[in-house]
Design a protein. Structure first.
Length: 550
């Protein structure tokens, strides 16, 4: 058994060890001073931009509302969780974010004075209050929080960016142009660094593919306008609530387009029809004397298509998206009640109805929309179908005069349903030259000449055929890629953009003025004197409806 002297010696030794440890620990804590950070990197552990797996930005908008944005890598694809994991075009944008946050040099350090200093007042002074904390209720001094995450939920950067920093000699020597007060989250000191805060965008449209259709104006060959309206209403009958489907065909217009031409020469009218109710068919019309194409409207439409911006997205039902992705025709899509209800809520309908374009005696399942549709027919055989659905009030962000701030607004927007297909008829057939027959008899020199000519023509024809086959293959592949890209989403566009791209007979044409100038296009529904006046809807084939239980 251990005696008292041994016990006492052990306790003394342990006490000595603890005292020495405490001394060196206190020395380490005391000796580390934030001032020593001047000239050093704020996040020395963040050295590999390729290691970024997520980005979160939290800030207040100009109305004082919290605005959070998150982008994350899911299965190797950058996605936006707030919009049903819509794919982000993050390669360039994320590179800019990484560049802005890599090797941030500390230019100055500011610390609270004394342990009793009010930390909220201190942080408010420099605008570095965490926008995700409870302190945001104060409404002042709120910064922008930027968090970069790596693999296994590792935090690479956790920074709160505050107000613009006052210029000082040391800062000016650094050549800084965007000097900010910043704070590492959960730490007290405020640092001055040079950081390009304009790269931290929270707008949905700044993180997605800018050119939704991915086309150039030079790609367009024809534009087909199908003008009609379709709606479904509920009527109370003696059989209960019953669907009433209202289909109003008006007419269609085919416009030829040459993007390489200048001015009005770009456009020409290929075909124009109006729906004749008595005969239940479309009748071709000529352009009335004194009227012409409104090239101003048409040029504005092409410009809007070339830079088609979306303000939001909404995911389609899984069954519909899968069918579109697999290239199934509308007849092969299972028309269950939840799918139809989802589509109807956005202004789109899958309806089995007479094929008025081809044969009104036959029916087929067609995709209709509230406000008609247009087709873009490209030189490479791709056909985009843009169908315009119902109105929706969707919140979106708009940039304010200060490029670092955005303002959330409820805008009047509209659903857009996009599909793509390949039409081989658009691709010009190969120009194959006739191959001469080589005579069995004749002078050797002449026979050799004909043989060489035949071989040259055959090689030329082969090259032409291979070119044609390659264009067909390329067009089919591109159509499949686009179908997969558009399959999952209803797109939402601003109403003013819709008005630019929604062509009708009323705005495609305008009246020539007597002095050679032009007058704006007619307003309202056009009148076609070549056709009998529409009688009643009874002349239209019945559309299938359905009884709905109360």
């Amino acid at each position: 058994m251990m005696n008292e002297t041994a016990k006492t010696s052990i306790f003394v030794l342990l006490a000595a060890v603890l005292i020495v440890g405490a001394f060196f620990s206190s020395r380490t804590a005391d000796e580390f001073q934030p001032e020593e950070m001047i000239g050093k990197s704020l996040f020395p552990q963040f050295t590999d931009p390729l290691g970024i797996k997520s980005l979160e930005i939290a800030k207040l908008d100009v109305a004082g509302e919290r605005n959070d944005f998150r982008i994350t890598e899911i299965n190797g694809i950058w996605s936006i969780p707030s919009h049903d994991n819509y794919p982000a075009d993050a390669k360039d944008q994320m590179a800019k974010v990484a560049e802005a946050l890599t090797d941030l040099k500390v230019l100055e350090v500011i610390q609270p004075e004394g342990s009793g200093t009010d930390s909220i007042a201190f942080q408010t002074q420099y605008g570095v209050i965490d926008p995700t904390s409870d302190s945001v209720s104060l409404g002042e001094g709120i910064g922008m929080k930027i968090t970069l995450g790596g693999a296994n939920n590792e935090t690479l950067v956790n920074l709160i960016v505050g107000k613009e920093a006052a210029r000082r000699q040391a800062q000016e020597e650094e050549g800084g142009t965007d000097l900010r007060y910043v704070r590492i989250a959960d730490q007290s000191p405020v640092y001055v660094i040079n950081v390009d805060s304009s790269q931290f965008a929270v707008n949905f449209d700044q993180w997605i593919e800018k050119n939704l259709l991915d086309i150039s104006t030079f790609d367009i060959k024809e534009i087909f306008v199908d003008e009609y309206s379709f709606s479904v209403e509920l009527e109370l009958t003696n059989r209960g609530l019953q669907e009433s489907r209202n289909f109003s065909p008006i007419g269609d217009i085919t416009l030829s387009y040459d993007g390489s031409a200048v001015g009005a020469e770009k456009w020409s009218l290929a075909r124009r029809t109006a729906f004749d109710r008595p005969s239940v068919s479309y009748k071709e019309l000529q352009l009335e004397p004194g009227k012409e194409l409104d090239t101003d409207t048409l040029d504005a439409m092409v410009s809007a298509l070339n830079d088609l911006k979306i303000v939001s997205v909404q995911k389609k039902p899984a069954g519909l998206a899968a069918a579109l992705r697999d290239g199934k025709s509308f007849e092969n899509i299972e028309l269950d009640a939840p799918l139809l209800a989802n589509m109807q809520a956005t202004g789109f309908y899958l309806v089995e109805m007479p094929d008025l374009k081809q044969d009104a005696k036959k029916t087929k399942v067609q995709l209709l929309s509230n406000e008609g549709d247009i087709q873009l027919r490209l030189k490479n055989g791709i056909v985009y179908n843009l169908r315009f659905g119902d109105l929706t009030g969707t919140e979106s962000e708009i940039a304010t005069e200060d490029t670092e701030d955005t303002e959330s607004v409820m805008g009047v927007n509209r659903y857009l349903f996009i599909t793509a297909e390949f039409d081989p008829a658009i691709i010009p057939l190969p120009e194959l030259k006739p191959v001469p027959e080589v005579p069995t008899e004749g002078e050797a020199e002449e026979l050799e000449k004909i043989t060489q000519e035949k071989e040259a023509i055959e090689k030329g024809n082969q090259r032409e055929q291979e070119r044609y086959d390659a264009e067909l293959e390329s067009g089919k592949k591109r159509a499949e890629e686009l179908s997969s890209r558009f399959a999952d989403w209803y797109y939402v566009i601003a109403e003013d953009v819709y008005k630019k791209i929604r062509l009708t007979d009323a705005n495609v044409f305008r009246v020539k003025a007597l002095d050679g100038d032009t007058m704006p296009g007619m307003l309202g529904i056009p009148h076609f004197p070549e056709l009998d006046e529409p009688s009643s809807a009874d002349h239209l084939p019945d559309l299938p409806g359905g009884d709905i239980e109360e």
